[in-house]
Ligand binder design. Structure first.
Ligand code: HEM
Length: 486
């Protein structure tokens, strides 16, 4: 009892002093935001854990303007200048909570790496994602597109989220380490995938990182079964890469790993990637290169089914340009104007990474959107808030592919300087050419072969009813898939 009182007293004084500092003396004290969010970290973490952080941040921008204080040391910005001011700089890195590694993993990946290690990783992986190399993956990708089409042909009503996920996973497995997950073949997800895609668990882990005392306890309080599952994922990755390095397995044609192994062969050991680094980055690619494309394709189908005239325009563009499926290829679909407009509008309304992309202001401070910020300030740009802002897009909640067709008269405007669904700069999306190739090819083939109809009961729901943990927790997309008559 004797000790308890001074301890409680000290903690209480610290708490009060800290709150007063955050509200009145912190370098961000002059920025607007809700009182509790300015004073404490927990309201933003609660929104993250609740799966509604991007929605809340958008509401806060509507209320407070283009810059909002969303935590004591964090601002969210929707000014279009922020994209270039932040993301084109190599020294703006993710805050430590957002680049953390899973328990037991020492190697870095592209997301967690400090600037010098990151540059080395980009050098090793970038050749595998050039426009030219990506075109070389088309034959493999087409194999899986055809498998998807053949399977859907026999199904009738399907949950497209599931089948598109199977497709993008099989493709990235084959491209990443030369072995598919065989989801399309088996009609089932892979155990590996459900662990990797546990975005809610990843969000919880990130939130805990804000409280180092609790974080230190994580290895002791995490259920053993969860650690075992994680361990199994890393083991599978380890085995697959080991098999490739030792020549036990060979890809059908050069894949992403082939380029990285080649980079390692021609570079001195000091800059080559260790096996652990190759493994962790390969797992990262599998997540980054599957779920994102599934989101975009599901978003496109969702909005097309809600907008019959856009559906008809796209279907007739595809069907009038091609007489047979063989004519549909990565290069022949690239120039389809309405298809590109639909996909851009989809990435605007269903951005695969909707949450704030956070970066810490580097040493010496920085100017962003015309304002100076001290070192260590966390600045975030959220695709959801920016792309839904009427400052940048007129009628922002309306699905209007026409806004991307610049020669259409009298249509909604769009500010291209605000539109970076793949981000940009040294940390911008490495897989952008691959994403475009897959999105265009899969959507074209679906609409060439099938008439897609929403199942009446499931037809009308809002995309933004879905929770967001890092990415969208997608509701089933029930679609009646009918072979079209020629
Ligand atoms: C429509 C599909 C996609 C979208 C909208 C998208 C979007 C993004 C965005 C916004 C970032 C930056 C994230 C941040 O800074 O926190 C990113 C990073 C990344 N993306 Fe994508 N992505 C897509 C598909 C892909 C694909 C197919 C791959 C290939 C495997 C891929 C690989 C990566 C990697 C490796 C990074 C990290 C780059 C780095 O930090 O250096 N993405 N993506």
């Amino acid at each position: 009892m004797g000790l308890l009182q001074p301890i409680v007293g000290t903690l209480l004084s610290y708490f009060v002093a800290r709150t007063l500092y955050n509200l009145f003396f912190h370098p961000l004290a002059s920025y607007k935001g809700p009182l509790l969010w300015r004073a404490f970290q927990f309201p933003s973490l609660a929104a993250m854990l609740g799966g509604n952080m991007p929605y809340r941040v958008k509401e806060l921008h509507d209320q407070y303007g283009p810059i909002v204080r969303v935590a004591p040391n964090e601002l969210s910005i929707i000014d279009d200048r922020a994209w270039k001011d932040i993301f084109q700089r190599r020294d703006f890195l993710r805050p430590p909570q957002w680049g953390a590694r899973p328990p037991g993993v020492d190697a870095h990946n592209l997301i967690s790496a400090p600037a010098d290690v990151h540059a080395r990783f980009r050098k090793a992986f970038a050749p595998a994602f050039s426009e030219k190399e990506t075109q070389g993956y088309e034959t493999l990708i087409r194999l899986y597109c055809d498998k998807l089409i053949n399977t859907l042909d026999t199904k009738g009503v399907v949950d497209l989220v599931e089948w598109l996920n199977f497709t993008t996973f099989d493709i990235i497995g084959e491209l990443c380490w030369g072995q598919s997950f065989d989801c399309l073949e088996s009609g089932k997800g892979h155990a590996f995938i459900s662990v990797l895609l546990h975005f809610k668990a990843a969000t919880i882990a990130t939130c805990i990182k804000y409280y180092p005392a609790i974080d230190a306890l994580i290895p002791f309080i995490t259920p053993k079964s969860a650690l075992t599952m994680l361990h199994n994922v890393f083991n599978t990755g380890h085995q697959r890469i080991q098999q490739r390095i030792s020549g036990q397995t060979e890809p059908r044609q050069p894949d992403i790993l082939s380029h990285v192994l080649q980079y390692n062969k021609v570079n001195p050991e000091a800059i080559a990637l260790s096996q652990d680094e190759v493994e962790f980055n390969a797992l990262t690619m599998i997540v980054a290169g599957s779920e994102t494309i599934t989101t975009a394709l599901c978003g496109a189908v969702h909005y097309l089914l809600l907008n019959p005239s856009a559906y008809d325009t796209l279907a007739s563009e595809i069907r009038s340009n091609f007489n047979s499926a063989e004519q549909i290829s990565a290069s022949s679909v690239t120039s389809l104007r309405y298809l590109n407009a639909v996909l851009n509008e989809t990435l605007r309304l269903c951005p695969p990474i909707p949450d704030n992309m956070r970066r810490a202001v580097p040493k010496g401070g920085a100017t962003v959107a015309g304002l100076g910020f001290p070192e260590g300030t966390v600045l975030g740009v959220s695709c959801w808030s920016v792309f839904q802002s009427d400052q940048h897009f007129s009628n922002p909640t309306t699905f209007a592919p026409e806004r991307w067709l610049s020669d259409e008269k009298g249509v909604s405007h769009h500010n291209v300087k605000a539109y970076y669904p793949f981000s940009l700069g040294p940390h911008g999306c490495l897989g952008q050419p691959l994403a475009w190739l897959e999105m265009r090819l899969i959507l074209s083939l679906l609409l060439f072969h099938f008439d897609l109809e929403a199942v009446p009961k499931a037809a009308k729901w809002n995309w933004s009813e879905q929770a967001i943990w890092w990415t969208w927790e997608k509701k089933p997309l029930l679609v009646n898939v009918k072979r079209r008559s020629f």
